[in-house]
Design a protein. Structure first.
Length: 220
């Protein structure tokens, strides 16, 4: 009984394991990482690892969800420091956040690309639903805070804009590198397959918002 861990100690151990997995993910591809490597990096026995996470996919799903929760919480903190925003102001904010995501949160975007095809196969469904609900609540509050500062846009529209932003970035990231194979240039001219993710994401998302805002004004 004396060796029983408190709830806080368990949470700390879980976070320690997740951070070890995150560090490995910064160094190598997902399919090159094993539970044994994560346990070794975290400084725990492999058997201990399974007391916290039933699979590698579960660890990385947790990292994905907590990563976006942290990102949206930080954005919400910055939004609360802003005054009223015009539609052009809001558009500039969203485009700047597009750049911020791509340049400062590349690991999070890599994790997001794994969500559907890989992570959901073995991640714990109940834990994932809880994590997504928390993420939704944070995103909903963020969208409400923005809607209070921007005329003409509803909470639902703003919330969906974040989904659209993610879809555009993920789609471009998925298509980038078609002129390469395993990070090596294909020795034929495939120049038109090259994708510049950050500028093209800003361009596409900017055009999408321009069209959307015109529709919003037309409905008023």
């Amino acid at each position: 009984m004396g060796n029983a861990m408190t709830t806080n100690q368990k949470l700390e151990k879980s976070a320690q394991i997740a951070q070890a997995a995150l560090q490995l993910f910064k160094e190598r591809a997902f399919d090159e990482i094993t539970m044994a490597q994560i346990a070794k990096r975290a400084g725990v026995a492999k058997g201990t690892l399974f007391n916290y996470y039933q699979s590698k996919e579960n660890i990385f799903m947790n990292l994905l969800l907590t990563g976006y929760q942290t990102y949206f919480s930080e954005l919400a903190r910055r939004v609360k420091q802003l005054g009223q925003l015009s539609l052009p102001d809001f558009k500039r904010l969203m485009l700047q956040e597009t750049t911020t995501l791509i340049e400062d949160h590349a690991v999070l975007l890599r994790l997001n690309a794994l969500r559907g095809p890989i992570l959901e196969r073995k991640a714990d469904k109940a834990q994932t639903i809880v994590g997504r609900q928390k993420l939704y609540d944070i995103s909903q509050q963020l969208s409400q805070d923005i809607a209070q500062r921007v005329d003409c846009l509803s909470t639902e529209t703003i919330n969906h804009l974040f989904v659209t932003q993610s879809a555009i970035i993920s789609g471009l990231m998925n298509l980038s590198g078609l002129e390469q194979f395993d990070h090596e240039q294909i020795p034929v001219g495939l120049f038109d397959f090259q994708v510049a993710v950050e500028p093209e994401a800003r361009q596409i998302f900017g055009l999408y918002m321009t069209g959307l805002f015109k529709e919003q004004k037309a409905d008023d």
